[in-house]
Ligand binder design. Structure first.
Ligand code: NAD
Length: 505
């Protein structure tokens, strides 16, 4: 079975060289539609490499109906039975990780190393689901009254939907559907239309692992498809990750219909560097945190808050040569540190922010916006950019750029730095570099942000904690994966029982 999976992945990968079609996956098989298709690009070459089908209301209804039909049998399986299947799924992902990583790089552009790292993060969540019997255990209180016991049941919701962004085409789908189905739900996934192939392979691998037909379905598309999911009455819960404007729309539309919803939005992650920090260590960490994945990470650091002019000057001096010398190229080329941006449209948007920053009066220390690749002149490449003297009123400070552009804001002291972060509309991740325990502790306590790093620049929680930002980085109040996801994908029922002498139990 594993061999078959590897073979079919190889064939698919070869097909992609000629141009390919990405279908939907409904009730255990691929479904093609003809009405509307979107182009797929290889960002490393700028070439159209395929097309993805767009699901309309009818196709979405087919997928939801398949999930609804599969729910009674799947939810009736015991958690250990479901865990066994998830364990096989985990094994299959690991055995196919090289081909999965190649699919990510091909459509997203990030380097193979970065693709592999993100797969590992998703894989860790699947690992967590293998312990689902223990995670679903609930509380029991005996003798809440004379001869009366009370206990909680955690039951699945029904059909759940997941809508995911382009920047982690495997990891974020893996945050969602394995957790949902482990809890006994069935699922309809709508991956990003920019890089859907890896998600399709993952749901195919789930089938090969023994997930019954209809339990995990995938529909491709854009707003039309998302809106069809949001208005489908049989969907009981929606998990969304993407930009804040769309997250807000999804949250309002889904919650208006009494669906359970978690919707994660954009970010502007600040890192404070204190005068007592090890500046070599901080500079190293910041270059990685800002430019890995070409800055297309919701946990990327996009603002350095330097406490004192000396700290700012020294940090810039240390970071500048590193940024200028970043190795840029196709994500498949060994040694490349930064691949292209995902699409021409996004590449142009990021470059326009560099222009805007100059107009707004920020000082452009490193300008990678004009970078041209000799080998791949049509690829969506740009170099790293670094701005100094960025001010809170500027749009390049307030808005999410989502590219390899780092801003330095200079502040006089820790209190001003903390206030700056707390005043920002986003609150996804943040970090501080310091060697002072009291400052670090105060920062962790007072900062209005969901995920905090102390001398750790990208503090993504591990799979057995939970992921989630604050403020406009989240609409709803419940995290992804870990125990928060168990809470999200189950509903609580509390039973109070009394048995009388002579009753049969
Ligand atoms: P996006 O909001 O454009 O798209 C996300 C999903 O929503 C896609 O599946 C897309 O097809 C769909 N969509 C797009 N426009 C829509 C509309 N008008 N109505 C309904 N659905 C729509 O986001 P993206 O560009 O794919 O991803 C980048 C964004 O995701 C960034 O803002 C980034 O910060 C954010 N992100 C957040 C997290 C987090 O955990 N907070 C993680 C990763 C990415």
């Amino acid at each position: 079975m594993v061999q078959e999976a590897q073979d079919s992945m190889e064939i698919k990968h070869k097909d992609t060289e000629k141009g390919y079609e990405v279908p939907h996956f409904i009730n255990g098989r691929q479904v093609k539609t003809q009405d509307r298709k979107l182009e797929l690009y290889n960002p490393a070459t700028g070439a159209v490499i395929g097309h993805v089908d767009v699901a309309n209301h009818e196709i979405v209804a087919q997928a939801v109906n398949a999930a609804k039909a599969a729910f009674p049998a799947w939810s009736a399986m015991t958690p250990p039975q479901r865990a066994k299947i998830l364990f096989r799924f985990k094994t299959l992902i690991e055995q196919n990780k090289d081909s999965l990583a190649r699919l990510i790089t091909q459509e997203h552009g990030k380097t193979l190393n970065e693709a592999m790292g993100s797969l590992q993060r998703g894989f860790d969540v699947v690992d967590f689901t293998c312990g689902i019997p223990s995670h679903l255990k609930s509380a029991y209180a005996s003798d809440v009254g004379t001869g009366v016991d009370s206990f909680a049941l955690t039951q699945p919701l029904g059909v759940c939907a997941g809508i995911t962004p382009f920047n982690f085409p495997a990891m974020i789908p893996l945050w969602m559907f394995p957790m949902a189905i482990a809890c006994g739900n069935t699922f309809v996934l709508k991956p990003s239309e920019k890089d859907p192939s890896c998600a399709l392979r993952l749901v195919e691998l789930a089938k090969e692992a023994g997930v019954p037909d209809g339990v995990v379905n995938l529909v491709n598309g854009d707003k039309e498809t998302v809106d069809a999911l949001l208005t489908n009455p049989d969907i009981k819960a929606v998990s969304f990750v993407g930009s804040s404007a769309v997250a807000e729309h999804v949250y309002k539309a889904a919650s208006a219909q009494n669906k359970r919803v978690q919707a994660f939005g954009g970010a502007k992650n600040h890192c404070i560097v204190m005068p007592d920090a090890d500046l070599d260590q901080a500079a190293d960490a910041l270059v990685t945190a800002a430019y890995d994945c070409a800055g297309e990470r919701c946990m990327a650091i996009s603002v350095v808050v330097a406490v004192g002019d000396q700290v700012a000057d020294k940090l810039i001096e240390k970071m500048k040569p590193r940024i200028v010398n970043l190795k840029i190229g196709p994500g498949t080329t060994p040694g490349v540190e930064m691949g292209p941006l995902v699409t021409r449209q996004h590449w142009e948007k990021v470059k326009s922010y560099v222009e805007l920053g100059k107009q707004e009066g920020a000082k452009l220390i490193v300008d990678g916006s004009q970078y041209k690749s000799k080998e791949q002149p049509n690829g969506f490449y740009m170099g790293g950019c670094l701005f100094d003297h960025v001010k809170p009123g500027m749009r390049i400070y307030r808005e999410e750029i989502f590219g390899p552009v780092l801003s330095v804001v200079r502040v006089p002291d820790f209190e001003t730095a903390l206030q700056l972060i707390n005043d920002h509309e986003y609150g996804n991740g943040t970090a501080i570099f310091t060697r002072d325990g009291y400052t670090a502790r105060t920062f962790a306590d007072k900062v209005q942000v969901g995920m905090v790093g102390i001398n750790v620049p990208v503090p993504v929680p591990v799979a057995y904690h939970s992921f989630g930002g604050w403020k406009r980085s989240i609409f709803s109040d419940i995290g992804m994966y870990g125990n928060e996801a168990i809470r999200f994908y189950t509903k609580l029922k509390t039973v109070t029982q009394r048995w009388f002498p002579g009753d049969k139990s």
